[in-house]
Design a binder for this molecule. Structure first.
Ligand SMILES: Nc1nc2c(ncn2[C@@H]2O[C@H](COP(=O)(O)OP(=O)(O)OP(=O)(O)O)[C@@H](O)[C@H]2O)c(=O)[nH]1
Length: 265
């Protein structure tokens, strides 16, 4: 289980005050650059002792691509060189303080082995964030990413989860290979309407940045959802008026800065 810390002793790497940025601004469908005014205003009115917002995050991808190692690097800050296959699923929970509110990331690390797929699929439901991991040294694992996305979406009850495509083990490739794989990964991510990240669980490159980004986007979405739910319960809004922007709906910004018309929304 991940590090649990009393709210008064939060480690600084678990505190977010500014909206976390994407790895590459031209490879994300989530174009928001700051917490919205409505979210900041709502938090000012929030009971400081309210329960933490909760976000379920699942990691999927081929066998041995680095899912467990990414999660362990973030939660425990360690790196295990020896490979131990995940049997079914593993679970970690990490609390991040965002704009002085606790936000719990429930992180589900699923098995890449085919024989465990039936078990792990049962845990895909209600995932606000789906992170599909591939191994930057193995192009086939990037090709398989769309299958992982389809199976994760097939059983997910959240209409528009945030999608991340994560290239792991970037410490093992040469600069040229890195550029080639990153370009392929970014193209794939764009087709999936996912945000792209290159990371190394060994060196720690981009690990905290990735999780902070996941936390920031999901927190904003959870607060907006609770604002709308309160408005519905007070009778000020009809369910049919609920904004489609609550979950991971977004637009791609093209290199020229314009919004891509191929977005899902
Ligand atoms: N050099 C390097 N090795 C890594 C990195 N990430 C993972 N590994 C190694 O790759 C192997 C597989 O990593 P895991 O995290 O167990 O892979 P997994 O995707 O969880 O695998 P399954 O449980 O079978 O689905 C291990 O030997 C790790 O040490 C990385 O960023 N760099």
């Amino acid at each position: 289980m991940g590090r649990r810390t009393m709210s008064t002793q939060f480690p600084t790497d678990r505190v977010i005050q500014d909206f976390p940025k994407a790895y590459k601004s031209n490879c994300t469908p989530y174009i928001q650059e700051d917490f919205s005014v409505e979210v900041r205003n709502a938090l000012n009115l929030t009971n400081p002792n309210r329960d933490a917002y909760i976000c379920k995050v699942i990691f999927v991808g081929d066998i041995s691509v680095g899912k467990t190692t990414i999660v362990k690097r973030f939660c425990l800050d360690n790196f295990e060189q020896a490979y131990k296959a995940t049997i079914g699923v593993d679970f970690e929970i990490e609390t991040i303080r965002i704009l002085d509110q606790p936000h719990n990331l429930q992180i589900w690390d699923t098995a890449g082995q085919e024989r465990f797929k039936c078990i792990s699929q049962a845990y895909y439901r209600n995932s606000q964030v789906i992170a599909i991991v591939f191994d930057m040294t193995k192009p086939k694992t990037l090709e398989d990413a769309t299958c992982w996305l389809e199976s994760a979406l097939a059983v997910n009850s959240i209409e528009k989860p945030f999608l991340f495509l994560v290239g792991c083990k970037c410490d093992l490739v040469s600069q040229k290979e890195f550029e080639i794989m990153e370009r392929s990964g970014m193209e794939m991510a764009k087709g999936m309407q996912a945000e792209y990240w290159s990371v190394s669980a060994k060196t720690g490159f981009n690990i905290h940045e990735l999780f902070n980004r996941i936390a920031g986007l999901s927190f904003e979405s959870s607060v907006k959802k609770s604002i709308i739910e309160s408005a519905i319960s007070l009778g000020g809004i009809r369910p049919s008026q609920i904004s489609r922007q609550i979950y991971g709906v977004g637009k791609f910004r093209r290199a020229d800065g314009k919004l891509d018309s191929s977005c899902r929304c």
